[in-house]
Design a protein around this ligand. Structure first.
Ligand code: ZN
Length: 307
């Protein structure tokens, strides 16, 4: 069973690199359900990539920094938090063209009412020539998220299973537990060699300069192995973090008794790491466990929201 040696699998840096570069797996379990809107069948892509996951260290660093800043400016963290949460999308929308964040703007659309749109920061600051990403309207974005959530909700069992199956598949393909075991064995061997060297030295069987020379070599080898071992543990922690985040996503989905009728800030906040805006009608929702849900849609002229 793959989980038993998961530490071994994920601990190998080289393997981990493979995992990151691995082709994406497309799980289109919805195809078999034959939905009417053929163009709207979503693709659930599970990538074995963990880059989106913030390490515990980074998280703590940011937290510390934030409270430090809050103290500096006389702000209570809770108040800052509330302020930051004013718009669920703030800081979470990424321009697929240039990588900048999208900023909230009000548009006077044909005198009727003010329309809320999200515009690429580069476009705002440097103009069309630097980034030509078009505006994404707030209502559409909310409607698309509702649709994404409801699909996850409707197929929550399939979704959860597909996700774990795919992670397992990725892991099984490159399972190389022996690398971790080999590392442990090498470390233990070198430790034994060092002990024996010290014993020889104490017994007077080794000249001091000979001892020093050998000791330095062994010490260096041991340090290198320990660094690799350390990297293993970090990867393994990242993996545990993904499982934790997946469980949290499942929990949020299961909390709902019925599908969403309208946009919900808390659910968006709980589920979504970021949204990459490929075009204003092609969005990529990145869930907090690294899973990606793509949505492409058509907008009809003169109608807000989705068709
Ligand atoms: Zn841009």
């Amino acid at each position: 069973m793959v989980w038993q040696c998961k530490k071994g699998i994920l601990s190998n840096e080289k393997y981990y690199g493979d995992l990151i570069l691995q082709k994406t797996y497309t799980v289109d379990f919805l195809n078999s359900k034959k939905r009417k809107n053929k163009g709207e069948i979503p693709q659930y892509i599970v990538e074995g990539h963990h880059e989106a996951i913030v390490s515990k260290e980074d998280f703590l660093k940011v937290q510390a920094m934030m409270s430090e800043r809050a103290a500096q400016f006389g702000n209570v963290p809770e108040i800052r938090h509330k302020y930051n949460q004013r718009y669920a999308f703030s800081g979470k929308l990424i321009c697929g063209n240039c990588g900048a964040t999208l900023k909230r703007r009000l548009w006077n659309s044909k005198a009727k009412s003010k329309q809320v749109v999200w515009l690429c920061k580069t476009y705002i600051n440097e103009g069309k020539s630097s980034c030509n990403m078009k505006a994404l309207d707030d209502i559409t974005l909310k409607a698309v998220f509702v649709r994404v959530f409801n699909r996850l909700y409707e197929y929550k069992e399939d979704f959860a299973k597909a996700f774990t199956d795919n992670i397992e598949k990725v892991l099984k393909q490159g399972a190389k537990c022996e690398d971790a075991f080999k590392l442990d064995r090498d470390i233990s061997n070198i430790n034994e060699e060092i002990k024996s060297l010290v014993r020889q030295q104490i017994k007077g069987e080794l000249r001091e300069d000979e001892f020093d020379k050998k000791y330095i070599v062994l010490k260096k080898m041991l340090e290198d192995l320990q660094v690799r071992k350390e990297a293993l543990n970090i990867d393994s922690n990242k993996y545990d973090e993904i499982l934790k985040r997946t469980a949290e996503i499942k929990r949020i989905i299961n909390l709902r008794e019925i599908a969403l009728a309208e946009f919900d800030d808390d659910i968006f906040e709980g589920l979504i790491e970021k949204v990459v805006v490929i075009t204003p009608t092609h969005l990529e929702f990145h869930l907090k466990n690294g899973m990606k849900v793509e949505e492409e849609f058509i907008k009809k002229r003169g109608i807000n929201g989705l068709q």
